[in-house]
Design a binder for this molecule. Sequence first.
Ligand code: ZN
Length: 530
Amino acid sequence: MASDETTMDKIVSLCKRRGFIFPSSEIYGGINGFWDYGPLGVELKRNIKDAWWHDMVVCPPPGPGGQEITIVGVDCALIMNPRVWETSGHLSEGFADPMVDCRSCKGRFRADKVWLVAWVIKDDPENYRNPPVVKGVEAESEQEALGQATLSKSKEKKLPDGSEKVAAPLENARGIGWPPVCPGCGAPDLTPPRAFNLMFKTYVGALEESSSVAYLRPETAQGMFVNFKNIVDTQRVRVPFGIAQIGKAFRNEINPRNFTFRSREFEQMEMEFFCRPDTAREWYDFWCDARLKWYTDLWISPDKLRQRVQDDDERAHYSVATTDIEYLYPFSDEPQELEGVAHRNVDANHDVGAHQKASGKDLTYYDDEAKQRYHPHVIEPASGVDRFALVALCEAYHEQDIVGAKGKPETRVFMRLHPRLAPIKAAVFPLVKRDGMPERALAIYHAIRRHYPAFYDEKGAIGRRYARQDEAGTPFCFTVDGQTAQDGTVTVRWRDTLEQERIDASRCLDYVRDQLTGDPPGTRGAERTP
Ligand SMILES: [Zn+2]
């Protein structure tokens, strides 16, 4: 029976089964926080990046007043001069998580995620300070901590009358006097919190010494800031304009989790939009809405997306205002981050201003209309390729009860990916492997694959072939059958509705192209990169 619920287990299993995503170096037991994309996954990721690049750099949406927007691209090195990270604040505690280590089992935990749960008599101060039982757990909230810590019936019986279960964050628990119990092994042996920098450290050149230390970039944004002057000097761009980059970034997350949601190696799609300070608010609002619309245009349901303005205490040190675009992932009851749109600080201590101070190079912009020299403000929509791939997969997963080939009820699994994101755009089948059908089908397949990823399959029952393409998210299947030889038509079967129509065999390529450009079938409109 099909159930409405899309669970992470179903997504992870489909990703493995169909070759979207595998654990990295799996034959050696994998490595926590790293993932490999398989043949379908790599196409999905490429389509996401192509769609973003097209819609942000090649052909951005019109601005708030309908004006044309200019955005140029860069592709910067993964390893930059370490002074970049000094200046950006990534080497300071602002980019460090407070961690506690267990002296006993050597486990390492984020200090703000450790809770102690004790069974106490609340109005007995002596008992409260020295409870008979204290447990350590990792949890996001008091509720979760209380739920995680349990006692066996027999232990519960031994507690003094009137004992209650109480949870406190590790930080407060130390104040009360409760022992710092390890969530891993239960030993009361956690160290005080220490700052742990999230950047991966390496050495450049032959010598492993402090002067050769470098870091894998933890974000792509700084590459755009340090190239600001190069872009202004060489590209004849005028404020407002954007610099965009897609590339890998690395963070040594302590607790990678939820499949690819929090990984140690990930790919970012970031754009720094430089604008006149007095227009920054308008551009911030514009990009918040434009970015949300980008996702709904790619069939992410508006019900599962929301914009959430970050509170003062959660905003990064560089940000004046940030709106997260959040998605309701199957692993959480609350929507979680997909993209952040930040209005970044541009005073002398941040971004271009800070790089000017640290490098001694004049990085101001001369506005020849306003006859003014200034640091433009920056609006930064920052999205993750892997995160959007996960969202697209979760959103696409559908189960449907159907009557199978032998009249038995079956569950059909299909991935309702937007045609622009679908790894394979079309599959071509001969109904049977004779009567000239394979030759006709191959001709159609060869015509399509010159332009789009396509798949040819002549083996097995046609129902099984359709089912495999449904799970891969292929939007259309073209089938050559007995009628093709007579009138030159083939059937097109739609993945989502199972509807079939007959079209002329010569129109298959146009048919695929029309679906990708968003024009109604048969009306070839402006070309658009998928
Ligand atoms: Zn331990």
